[in-house]
Design a protein around this ligand. Structure first.
Ligand code: AHN
Ligand code: ZN
Length: 340
């Protein structure tokens, strides 16, 4: 028997096919009409490999300061260090400005403070700020021996180390222009705060940076961000995410901590956040309103600064070139990878 499809069933089948065809065509049509927004490429910019930070050179800058003796405000060594910084920065082709200002320490003494500002690519609009303090504490109050307590602190890790890293950064920037503008500020009178002063005496510290933050060295000065170095030369240093840095500039902490990982310095940079420390960066954030972080040696497990902090033992023997290298190389990683 010849098999034939009943035409009553065949017709709806045909309609079904026709409808399917129509929709598939109109769907294609719709696709053609769509405005295609190209997706942002997810590939990140290639990493710029920065020049090598020379830790022998950096160490020699730390040693030169240590050899002058404690750079306590009012001392010959303090004056001599200012001349030394000016000479070195000028040798590295930076424009140097010495900002002076009046300040009174907690003991009622008046001072003419001097902040050193060294500018690389001074005409460039896009800038970053790097800072450290250069003064030494007039006492070593964390010593137990009363005779040592009254002596000035040698201030080698606390002061000279940050400056030693920044002088080496300036030397490198002259060899290979980073494109971006860089201002290196060495603050005076950071370390003349009241011993055991309590929170109400917090503003007795950081007088140089308080002055600069209220009176930047240039009218309408601005910088994309700032990085402060404080006690960056001791063996096995720990730099963790300090509270004010996280509050005001968490994205800069991310940037710098990532850069540390990239250049192999990650082991010094602890990923945890801890409490707020009053340091020069606080005033740069609060008063000058430039997001600024602090790379500061604070052991979050022991709950204390580096072990010779404000002791007579903060001398050249506390310095480990590997730590200077880790911090300096991280800064170069950040600087040369910054858009300009
Ligand atoms: C206080 O002790 C309040 N601030 C620590 C700032 C500092 C002193 N950094 C180095 N020396
Ligand atoms: Zn100090």
């Amino acid at each position: 028997m010849k098999y034939s499809f009943p035409s009553a069933l065949c017709f709806p089948f045909k309609i079904f096919i026709a409808v399917c065809l129509f929709y598939s065509c109109s769907e294609n049509k719709q696709k053609e009409d769509e405005v295609v927004v190209p997706e942002k490429p997810i590939v990140s910019k290639p990493r710029v490999i920065p020049p090598d930070f020379n830790s022998d050179s950096s160490f020699s800058f730390v040693k030169s300061q240590a050899d002058m003796g404690p750079r306590v405000p009012g001392s010959k060594a303090h004056e001599k260090s200012i001349e030394y910084f000016k000479k070195q920065f000028e040798r590295f082709g930076a424009q140097v400005l010495i900002q002076t200002g009046n300040a009174t320490t907690f003991d009622g003494k008046p001072w003419l403070l001097k902040n050193i500002v060294a500018s690389i690519n001074p005409q460039t609009t896009n800038r970053i700020l790097l800072a450290a303090h250069y003064d030494s504490r007039p006492f070593s109050e964390k010593e137990t021996d009363a005779k040592l307590k009254g002596k000035p602190c040698p201030g080698v890790n606390d002061g000279a180390s940050g400056v030693g890293v920044l002088l080496e950064v300036a030397r490198i920037l002259q060899q290979k222009n980073p494109g971006i503008g860089v201002d290196i500020i060495l603050f005076d009178l950071e370390d003349y705060g009241m011993p055991n002063g309590g929170p109400e005496m917090a503003d007795s510290w950081c007088l140089g940076s308080q002055y600069w933050s209220k009176n930047p060295h240039k009218q309408n000065y601005s910088a994309r961000f700032g990085v402060l170095l404080d006690m960056v030369g001791a063996k096995d240093a720990m730099f963790a995410r300090e509270g004010y840095s996280a509050f005001y500039a968490n994205d800069i902490l991310d940037k710098v901590w990532k850069a540390a990982d990239k250049c192999g310095s990650g082991k010094y940079f602890n990923k945890e956040e801890y409490g707020e420390i009053t340091d020069d960066h606080y005033y740069i954030n609060k008063i000058a309103q430039i997001p600024c972080i602090d790379i500061l040696h604070y052991d979050i497990y022991k709950g204390s600064f580096f072990e010779h902090h404000h002791k007579n033992s903060d001398d050249l023997s506390t310095i480990d070139k590997n730590t200077l290298k880790a911090v300096g190389q991280t800064l170069l990683e950040v600087i040369y990878n910054e858009d300009h």
